[in-house]
Write a protein that binds this ligand. Structure first.
Ligand code: 5GP
Ligand code: MN
Length: 337
């Protein structure tokens, strides 16, 4: 981050601060936001976390999660905190379009906007940034941010729990985007007192019976494996959501199961939401799904994890996806894993 000293002096006196993150916030989005909130609280600032939509229930245990304002549920409260904050932190997203209507509220603000993010190709809507696409997670960058401000000793176990959760979820339990640095950082957090096994259980081993059966059902009934493209797809329609009693959050992480297939290079989850059809893409090795998300589905993300959407409905989206596969066939087949 250039101008760290300017940011430091901005934070030298108590400020009204809003922290926001992308719609459908995941473990990294919530972990980074709450970790940063607890740090800024400790400096004496007034801090609100406001996000566009709900996060999955398995994150509810996180300290401060209950105080998060959700635009979909608390529109007036979110508008009020966004009236004239001094600083807005934008975490784990790279374009204001990723925060829906909240983007329109934030764009014209006089507040200093600080981006902390690890997605490819950020749009220049911010005043300061800590941006690194090689970082495992935004939570890792929040840790770096606090250290850059010279406050490593202010990282409490509570902050550690939040940041560890973000790193854990965005690396798929240290399976992707790993680096010597992220393992060192995890070791630092464990030394602080973070209970990694406990967090692992809270995040990944907290399904109810219905949910685990649902995953089995969906894998059995809705998975398609296209061997000739080393690609596997799960498709869910609006009717499936009703028939199988699927609720929002139940499908979190579903796409990753497909990566467990030996020969699969690309995993795809296409599902109908009330107004859009959402597509989630994952890959192994050097095959980049970012380009597919960006070029064909108005989205983006990372090399191995991207997403996008369409307005043409489920079946046409699946057909469109299958039509573009031949363009990538050679790269899919030649991918070293
Ligand atoms: P997921 O498949 O879990 O929704 O998202 C995977 C990755 O792709 C995340 O890093 C996320 O930020 C990015 N992503 C998902 N949906 C979109 C989208 O609609 N637009 C952009 N630009 N990125 C997305
Ligand atoms: Mn992230």
């Amino acid at each position: 981050m250039e101008n760290i000293n300017e940011v430091k002096s901005l934070l030298a006196v108590p400020k009204d601060i809003v922290i926001t993150t992308h719609r459908n916030p995941d473990g990294d989005a919530i972990g980074a936001s709450l970790g940063l909130k607890h740090y800024l609280d400790s400096l004496g600032h007034t801090v609100k976390v406001a996000v566009p939509s709900e996060s999955p229930n398995f994150l509810n245990w996180m300290p401060g999660a209950n105080d998060i304002l959700i635009y979909d549920l608390h529109q007036e409260d979110v508008k009020r905190v966004l009236e004239k904050p001094d600083i807005v932190f934008c975490l784990d997203f790279n374009s204001l379009e990723r925060i829906d209507k909240m983007g329109e509220l934030i764009a014209p603000l006089k507040a200093k906007k600080i981006l902390i993010d690890h997605h490819l190709y950020p749009e220049p809507f911010y005043d300061y940034d800590l941006h690194d696409t090689t970082a495992s997670s935004t939570s890792e960058l929040v840790y770096d941010f606090i250290c850059l401000l010279g406050d490593k000793n202010k990282i409490t176990p509570t902050i550690g729990d939040c940041l560890y959760t973000g790193i854990l979820t965005d690396t798929g339990s240290f399976k992707y985007s790993t680096s010597p640095k992220v393992f060192r950082l995890a070791a630092d957090l464990l030394e602080l007192g973070v209970d990694d096994v406990h967090i692992q259980n809270l995040v990944f081993n907290s399904l109810d019976e219905k949910h685990l059966r649902l995953i089995g059902l969906v894998l059995h009934e809705r998975m398609e494996v296209l061997d000739e493209f080393r690609t596997a797809i799960i498709t869910l329609s609006k009717q499936d959501y009703e028939r199988f009693h699927i609720s929002r959050g139940d499908t979190e992480g579903l796409v990753n199961y497909l990566l467990q297939l030996k020969n699969v290079t690309m995993a795809v989850f296409i599902h109908e939401q009330p107004t859009i059809t959402k597509i989630s893409l994952r890959s192994k090795g050097d095959f980049s799904v970012q380009e597919i998300a960006r070029k064909h589905f108005k989205g983006g993300g990372h090399k191995n994890a991207s997403g996008g959407y369409s307005f043409i409905g489920l079946r046409p989206t699946v057909s469109k996806f299958k039509q573009i596969l031949p363009e990538y066939q050679e790269a899919l087949l030649n991918n070293d894993q």
